[in-house]
Design a protein around this ligand. Structure first.
Ligand SMILES: NC(=O)c1ccc[n+]([C@@H]2O[C@H](COP(=O)([O-])OP(=O)(O)OC[C@H]3O[C@@H](n4cnc5c(N)ncnc54)[C@H](O)[C@@H]3O)[C@@H](O)[C@H]2O)c1
Length: 257
C-alpha cells in the first residue's frame, strides 16, 4: 500500500522541475495525478512516461476558467484529495527596472493562481470529506534577496494566503500548508544555464550549512509528507527545505567555518 493509495491529486507546473518530481513521487506512492502545465510537450511526455496514473491537462493557473477544466479532470478519476500549487514564474530585476506590468504578471501566476486554485478545490474537497493543499512558496517567502521584488512579494503572499486558508478550511478537514524550498537544481534554480550540479554547488553554496544545491526530490519528499494522512495535525505551517540557508551561513574566518 502506497502512502497515497486511492488519492487523486493535482500538481500545477508539473511538467518539469519540482512539480515533475512531485508528480512522480505521488504516483510511486499510489496516487492518480493530474499534471497541470502550460508546457504541453513536456507535460504530455512526462504523463506518458509515468503511465496510466498520470494525466496531463493544459492549464494556465492564472486563468480562472481553466481551473474548472483541471478540477473536472481530477474528479473524473475519483474524489479530489490533494492540490499542490507549485506553478510559478521568476522575474529578476531591480525595483527601478520592474514595471507594474512585470510585477502583475508574476502576481497573476504565483499568487492569484494559488488563490484561484484554493477556491476551485474547496467544494470538491468538502465533498471528498477533506483534503490537503500544499502551496509552494520559497525561502524568498521568509526573507528576500535583491532583484526579487515581484517574486518575493508573491511568495510572502502565498505564505499569508496559506495561513488564512488553513484557518477557514480546517473545520472541513482541509489542511493547508506552505513549503519553502531554498536553491534547487531546476531550470528556475539555474539548471538551464548550462552549469552542472557540481559547478553550481561549488560556485554558490560553499558557505551553506549543507554545502550544495538542493535536488527536486528533496522538496518533493516534504510535499509528499504533507499530502499524506501522516500530516493529519499540521495546518497553516511552514515546511522549509533549504539546506539550512535560513538558519545562517558559515562565514570565512570564523571558528568551524
Ligand atoms: N528552483 C528553485 O531554486 C526554487 C526555490 C524556491 C522556490 N521555488 C518554487 O518551486 C516551484 C517549482 O519551481 P521549479 O524550480 O520546479 O521551476 P521550473 O521553472 O523548473 O518549473 C515551473 C513549471 O511551472 C510551469 N508554469 C509556468 N507558468 C505556468 C502557468 N501559468 N500555469 C501552469 N504552469 C506554469 C512551467 O511550464 C514549468 O513546467 C515554484 O513555485 C518556485 O517558485 C523554486
Amino acid at each position: 500500500m502506497g502512502r497515497l493509495s486511492g488519492k487523486v491529486a493535482i500538481v500545477t507546473g508539473g511538467a518539469q522541475g519540482m512539480g515533475a518530481a512531485t508528480a512522480r513521487l505521488f504516483i510511486e506512492n499510489g496516487a492518480q495525478v493530474v499534471i497541470s502545465d502550460v508546457a504541453t510537450e513536456a507535460g504530455q511526455a512526462l504523463a506518458e512516461e509515468l503511465g496510466g496514473d498520470a494525466h496531463f491537462c493544459l492549464h494556465d493557473v492564472g486563468n480562472e476558467e481553466q481551473w474548472q477544466s483541471v478540477v473536472s479532470m481530477a474528479q473524473s478519476l475519483g474524489p479530489l484529495n490533494v492540490l499542490v500549487n507549485n506553478a510559478a514564474i521568476l522575474h529578476m530585476a531591480a525595483i527601478a527596472d520592474t514595471t507594474p506590468e512585470d510585477f502583475m504578471r508574476v502576481v497573476q501566476i504565483n499568487l492569484l493562481g494559488s488563490f484561484m486554485g484554493i477556491r476551485a478545490v474547496i467544494d470538491p474537497m468538502k465533498a471528498a470529506g477533506g483534503g490537503s493543499i500544499i502551496n509552494v512558496s520559497s525561502i524568498d517567502g521568509l526573507h528576500s534577496s535583491a532583484g526579487l521584488a515581484a517574486y518575493s512579494s508573491t511568495k510572502w503572499g502565498v505564505r499569508g494566503l496559506t495561513k488564512n486558508a488553513a484557518i477557514e478550511l480546517g473545520q472541513y478537514g482541509i489542511r493547508v500548508n506552505s513549503v519553502h524550498p531554498g536553491g534547487i537544481f531546476t531550470d528556475m534554480g539555474g539548471a538551464n544555464s548550462g552549469i552542472s550540479e557540481e559547478e553550481m554547488s561549488a560556485g554558490f553554496y560553499p558557505e551553506f550549512p549543507i554545502p550544495r544545491v538542493g535536488r527536486p526530490e528533496e522538496v518533493a519528499n516534504v510535499t509528499l509528507f504533507l499530502a499524506t494522512d501522516e500530516a493529519s495535525y499540521s495546518t497553516g505551517s511552514e515546511f522549509v527545505a533549504d539546506g539550512g540557508w535560513f538558519a545562517g551561513m558559515r562565514k570565512p574566518g570564523m571558528p568551524c567555518s
